[in-house]
Design a protein around this ligand. Structure first.
Ligand code: FAD
Length: 462
């Protein structure tokens, strides 16, 4: 029987990164993966395929709306949906094969099949039981739907079905105005579908800085997305290839319905721990169905750890990756650490939206005095040249010490721009530190510097 120092169950960004770090630290490592390809939700049916479709549909949008303004005349391209899906699948293939290559390079065994834990120190895959000193559960998450809604992945789909629809629907209802619903909703809106987003709350993107959230909704509405907020979906019925979504408006309890070719249920995700045998082992769970861990990712059962979407915290690939590295350090007898105060969140629509740290709402709630430095992309030369003037950078800094507490960006390349603020926050920098750093011209990053200047004596270009 083979035995290992570590067996990781699940090869998503949590599991595969953890495995590579374990191997680099000299541990004999194996990963159990039941899916045909490595990379988990993120590479197969999540981050990567959604970004491929966002990229392709954005190119179409640019051709339709901005090319002629730059003197690039001629017909806008037509959509070959089959080819767009093939491009997306090719991107997936390149990425998942890349993980296979990294496993071989780092001498990590891929134990193919669905794993369970019959006892501490043992992992079973098919008929084989493997001995291991440590087990790390990285089994990720799965879409959670609403009670009474039957997903058939044809007409009523989760994000998985939405990434491979047989054709572009003429109309789509998206239930849930979170990151996944808005990203995929904007893909189909750009490809010509009439998209209506129905959200239970009175605002989109729960947890986001309210000012950014409002502006974001306005910009998405300008792109043609419709919003029905404060609405509780009651049922989704399908007949003759169409769906009827019935909802109640919370403000007056009135009932309404809307028909669509496709309904995307994007109401969040829940940890996936089925078939692991956690109940029999006595592994403690939270009341939200996540595996309960301490600050070292240890469960209550010695030698069993858990990371990523299966535990508490934001369901993000980079959070899972960081936990993967930290857990590897822990099992290797070192000190793994993740700074949960500096985990960026990004929405890859156009414009992009990115955030890190505190919002004005969380600061008000905690009673901390703060100042706001804001700068519009309208004042940024590069953004103007690129038709990307919508949006702004907003930095929140401590009123007395000037230390950066959070940042919110809506605008071009926001998902990349946020990282200089993340680094600054990791180093405990003040807004003035950022403001005094020379930024190349003409770049979008200058808007970040201007927002930092706005925390002090004021920005230059507004
Ligand atoms: P997963 O990636 O879910 O991987 C878990 C793996 O474990 C799966 O491959 C599964 O098959 C395997 N597994 C489960 N049980 C077993 C078992 N018993 N035996 C063997 N294998 C098992 N996050 C971002 O940060 N940025 C984004 O842009 C982004 N976009 C997204 C878009 C969509 C449409 C979706 C659905 C998600 C997106 N996410 C994004 C979230 C991101 O995909 C997850 O946070 C991330 O994949 C979690 O990583 P993980 O390693 O915890 O689990």
């Amino acid at each position: 029987m083979s035995s290992y120092d570590v067996i990781i169950i699940g090869s998503g960004p949590g599991g595969y990164v953890c495995a590579i770090r374990c191997a680099q630290l000299g541990l004999k490592t194996a990963v159990v993966e039941g899916r045909e390809t490595l990379g988990g939700t993120c590479l197969n049916i999540g981050c990567i395929p959604s970004k491929a479709l966002l990229h392709a549909s954005h190119q179409l949008h640019e051709a339709e709306h901005n090319f002629a303004k730059m003197g690039l005349k001629g017909k806008a391209p037509t959509v070959d949906w089959k080819q767009m899906l093939a491009y997306k699948d090719d991107v997936i293939g390149q990425n998942t094969k890349g993980i296979e290559f990294l496993f071989k390079k780092n001498k990590i065994d891929w134990l193919k099949g669905w794993g369970s834990i019959p006892a501490p120190g043992k992992v079973q895959v098919g008929d084989t039981t493997y001995e291991t000193k440590n087990i790390i559960i990285a089994t990720g998450s799965t879409p959670s739907t609403l009670p009474g809604i039957e997903v058939d992945e044809k007409i009523v789909v989760t994000s998985e079905g939405a990434l491979s629809l047989p054709k572009i629907p003429k109309s789509m209802v998206v239930i849930g105005a979170g990151v996944i619903g808005l990203e995929l909703g904007s893909v189909y809106a750009r490809l010509g579908a009439e998209v209506q987003v129905i959200e239970f709350l009175d605002h989109i993107t729960p947890g986001m800085d309210a000012e950014v959230s409002k502006n974001f909704q306005r910009l998405l509405a300008k792109q043609g997305l419709g919003f029905t907020l404060g609405a509780a979906v009651q049922s989704v019925e399908t007949a003759k290839g169409k769906a009827k979504v019935t909802y109640k408006l919370r403000k007056d309890d009135s009932t309404h319905s809307v028909e669509a070719d496709t309904v995307l249920v994007a109401t969040g995700r829940k940890p996936y721990v089925d078939g692991l045998g956690l109940e029999a082992l006595g592994v403690k769970m939270t009341d939200r169905g996540q595996i309960a861990t301490d600050s070292h990712y240890a469960t209550n059962i010695k030698g069993i750890y858990a990371i990523g979407d299966a535990i508490t915290g934001p369901m993000l690939a980079h959070k899972a990756e960081d936990e993967g590295m930290a857990a590897a350090e822990v099992v290797a007898g070192k000190h793994g650490h993740v700074n949960y105060g500096v985990i960026p969140g990004v929405i890859y629509t156009h414009p992009e939206v990115a955030n890190v740290g505190e919002t004005e709402e969380t600061l008000k709630k905690s009673g901390r005095s703060y100042k706001v430095g804001k700068f519009s992309f309208m004042g940024n030369g590069r953004a103007k040249a690129n038709f990307a003037g919508d949006g702004f950078v907003k930095i929140l800094a401590d009123k007395e010490t000037d230390r950066i507490l959070g940042a919110h960006i809506i605008g071009p390349m926001a998902g990349d721009l946020i990282h200089e603020i993340c680094v600054a926050m990791e180093f405990g920098a003040s807004a003035q530190d950022l403001a005094m750093t020379c930024h190349a011209h003409p770049t979008y990053s200058e808007a970040v510097r201007e927002a930092a200047l706005a925390c002090g004596d004021g920005p230059i270009h507004s």
